[in-house]
Design a protein around this ligand. Sequence first.
Ligand SMILES: [Zn+2]
Ligand SMILES: [Zn+2]
Length: 72
Amino acid sequence: MSHCPACNGLISLTETCLHCGTLLSDAGSREDFYGPYKPYMSNDKCIDQICMHLLICEDCGSCVDWPVPVMR
Ligand SMILES: [Zn+2]
Ligand SMILES: [Zn+2]
């Protein structure tokens, strides 16, 4: 079971579009689209697992990958 705070509604992603500044809408985990994403090491600390979300701008159609750290 995923402990992603965004998937579970504990946090909401409030990123804005780089192109037009519109609030991006969370289209959900990319696992729904592309399958499980492998854990990786970030630059400064080890992240156990990430949940890669797909953020979509409903205004200009831009898509952004947004990694959400998953707490265990
Ligand atoms: Zn998630
Ligand atoms: Zn946009």
